[in-house]
Design a protein around this ligand. Structure first.
Ligand code: GLP
Length: 266
């Protein structure tokens, strides 16, 4: 795992889009894992702009959704199918995609999508880290052991509060209690992982997951064990990391560009 601190979410979007551009340049039929939520918005905006300008094409790529609420209609503002269709698929021309239909039998959807992803190794997965440290919807304590690609999970109170805080739902009672989620082991099978975590409200989770031990109670801590995971933070989300940790794992672009002494990358 490598950790890079960038000045802000816009920079994170641009750097992550560069990585996708590089991947699609050498492998046009790359398979992508697609996060939703607030963190990847800047990436998807940037990818859409580059497709619009003709500098990037998703025509041969394939995408797998990370997660979706059970029972939520596709026209609900919080629907991840709606989110990906509107923000990525319709804007980039991605034609091969696997959305999770949470309105159908969730176990059957998980099973079917799991069979599809087993045949197509993911080249790069976009992931975020939730306020409770979750990866996709694997809330703590996350199941690190299961080898099912997709799981039916129960959302904890912190996760459901986050969804209200981000404005996707009016109240916690409106947030579905269950979701279909890509499992931790399936996320970890991705050849590369691009994890984007801007914002001060993520600082506690970032510290627990990147500074602390690898533990199901801090689900994203598993990224520490992935050889090709890059975590992009902004100054605010990185603010609680210890100086020792910074020296050991961080490339601090925000400090370099501010003219300060840069921490070593390892
Ligand atoms: C969200 C989504 C995930 C996302 C993660 C972080 O709720 N279920 O796909 O990667 O949890 O989301 P956010 O960026 O909104 O914190």
């Amino acid at each position: 795992m490598e950790v890079v601190i960038l000045p802000d979410a816009k920079e994170i979007g641009a750097v992550a889009a560069d990585a996708i551009g590089e991947l699609l340049g050498r492998k046009p039929d790359a398979v992508l894992g697609l996060a939703t939520g607030s963190s990847p918005l800047m990436i998807y905006d940037e990818l859409a702009a580059r497709c619009d300008a003709g500098s990037l094409s998703f025509a041969k790529a394939r995408g797998f959704t990370l997660d979706e609420y059970v029972g939520l209609p596709i026209d609900h503002p919080a629907s991840f199918r709606k989110y990906l269709l509107e923000r990525l698929i319709n804007k980039t021309g991605l034609t091969r995609y696997h959305l999770l239909d949470g309105e159908r039998d969730a176990a059957a959807v998980a099973e079917r999508t799991g069979r599809a992803i087993a045949e197509r190794p993911v080249d790069v997965a976009f992931v975020g880290i939730g306020e409770n440290g979750h990866l996709a919807f694997n809330d703590p304590p996350a199941d690190f052991a299961t080898h099912h690609p997709y799981l039916i999970v129960t959302l904890d109170a912190a996760c459901r509060r986050q969804q209200v805080g981000e404005g996707w739902f009016a109240s916690i009672d409106d947030v579905p209690s269950q979701a279909i989620s890509m499992s931790i082991s399936q996320i970890m099978k991705s050849r590369e992982i691009i994890c984007v975590v801007p914002d001060a409200r993520k600082a506690v989770a970032v510290k627990a997951c990147l500074d602390g031990p690898v533990s199901p109670t801090a689900p994203a801590s598993i990224l520490q064990t992935h050889a090709n995971a890059i975590v992009y933070l902004d100054r605010e989300s990185a603010s609680l990391l210890t100086p020792e940790r910074r020296g050991a794992i961080l490339t601090d672009v925000s400090r370099q560009s501010a003219g300060g002494a840069a921490a070593d990358a390892s």
